[in-house]
Design a protein around this ligand. Sequence first.
Ligand code: FPP
Length: 246
Amino acid sequence: MSTAPLPANPDSSQGPNHVAIIMDGNGRWATARGLPRVAGHRRGADAVRRVVRGAGEFGIPILTLFAFSTENWTRPADEVSDLMGLLRHYLRNELKELHKNGVRLRVIGNREGLAPDIVNDIADAERTTLDNRRIDVNICINYGARDEILRATRSLARQVAAGELAADRIDANLFERELLTAGVPDPDLLIRTSGEQRISNFLLWQCAYSELVFVEALWPDFGKDDLAQAIAEYRRRERRYGGVSG
Ligand code: FPP
């Protein structure tokens, strides 16, 4: 984020309250320029800074970014290591700036598979920014929705088996409390960049009623204007949640 403070009182009354983004196209951005894939990821990290700032300016209260999936471990080792390096850098070197701008940072994902120093950096960033209220930025690292749903199911099954919970009491509210996103409202708008039109194991439960907006821009090229356009598209949509228009 840049050093300028975020403006006060942006108009967020029309929503979306929560924007989630699948940041796609870093590799293609780099390949098109004859650069190594890591160059695309680096420029992707610049786009993260622009979009966090843009979301703050547009008064979006919650922004969730898909940075590393449980499937991304299958990429070549040097690319995985570059991505972890970028995440480490972001958590460590940008914490002060994020904190100053009122960002409450939360990392969503399975921490068991992450290097211990990254787990410490995450804990430190979350602790430092815990009381900030300007904007919630959730970064999904080592996240996979099926894995999340399976873990939630196992946890509930264990509670039932232990006699602590009656199976009939399991409803959407109880289930949500077992998810990694417990306490986070569902995304209103899900954006995916790079022209791909898939959800790719991202927030499968939480996006049940999200509006999907697919944009052609590759993630490193995505900026404030693209975010504004996606929000405008969201505001044109009529959300019915399975009902009829009123
Ligand atoms: C998808 O593009 C992008 C990723 C797997 C990584 C996203 C990471 C960043 C934007 C950088 C660091 C993040 C933070 C929060 C600082 P791809 O590589 O799959 O692109 P391709 O489909 O063109 O190959």
